[in-house]
Design a protein around this ligand. Sequence first.
Ligand code: HEM
Length: 408
Amino acid sequence: MEVLNAHAYDWSKPPLGRKFLSKILGNGLVTIEGSEHKQQRKLVMPVFSGKIVRDLVPLFWSKSMALVAAVDRQRQLSPDSVVEISDVASRATLDIIGVACLGKDFSTLEHEDHELAQVYKSVTDPKEGVFTFLGLLGSTLAPWLVRWQPFPSIRRFDKATTNLHNVCARLLAEKSEVVKEETTDKDIMATLIRTAAFSDDSLKGHLLTFLAAGHETSATALTWALYMLSKHSDKQSKLRVACQDLKSHAGEMDAQTIDSIPYLDAVCNEVLRLFPPVTATSRVAVRDTQIGDTFVPKGTICVVVPWAIQRSADYWGPDAEVFLPSRWLGDNGKTGGAKDSTAFLTFLHGPRSCIGQNFARLEFKCLLAALVMNFELELRNAEEPVIATGTITIKPRNGLELIVRRYS
Ligand code: HEM
């Protein structure tokens, strides 16, 4: 907690990792540091406040319905009703963040060849581990060296991320024009542009960050949730029954209703505990500091690993590795039975914690409830081990193929 909270600004992300991340996320909240971060976070915070995010639930729900339709289409096209779910999950969350951020419907669920979906797929594909490693290497090189070095992967990564920056610059320019003409748009970027507190470069950084940080993580959580529920059909059925009352809300949804199902909350919390999409994050001490009574010299590296802490029996008891949504019910609702909430690090804690946590939690519940209400899900290859891999977020290495049957 001292690294993440009490002495958070004594630590920063290591420069190489930051440089690599900024290729995808730009210079937004994830990659800026120190007083600049403190100031920018204060300015951005209001757009992620309670009511604004809760008012996004109808959007989350309508895109959950679009996801159901997309899964249905893919299911019908497959002779065995098999759907690879992680790709379609990414498209759903990209479409959501597009509308929330820019008021723009990318409709990637309907248009698979959309350029943003393609670019994100190429830079986050878990099969491209070497690609991302080389991307990390490439981000240390001067731009002219990138063109001359011998690895095609580095050039591919550079091309994809340059394309991403260009697309975001264009989207931002379009948004700025709209905001100049009329002031009724309520999306995140319109609100930030209207404050006139940001330079063009920092607006582009925030847009790149929200688009990437706000969709890949959520899609990863949804993929692991569907994996767990496909492995545990009893819990899948229990969740379906718990969500039955939502059927009468097929066309509309609000935050109060989606928040009213304890078992849905419990399943989401348990998935986020066992499969934190950001499995680890590192920090380097930017000045001499301390952890407890221990002196820590400047330059010390510290790695925080939610994946390990959240599977540790020391914090979660002997059944720490078991998928047990019920640990989040009743008296243990807030902590899942851990000694306190600091054992849950999926969104971290403190001034560098996830600013989109409330957004992500509501979005996750809508998407998961909609799928479980409409389909029965089964692993296509139950015997095959699923290998978790990736660089920024950790997903099943070969995607997640499910046999999907309509439930009515
Ligand atoms: C299940 C979904 C999500 C998870 C697990 C997650 C997790 C995280 C984590 C662990 C961090 C800290 C990273 C670090 O310091 O190394 C973070 C930061 C951040 N997240 Fe999320 N996130 C999720 C969804 C979202 C969404 C939906 C948005 C925006 C709409 C978002 C926006 C951000 C931003 C802007 C930061 C940087 C905060 C700062 O440093 O001030 N995230 N997230």
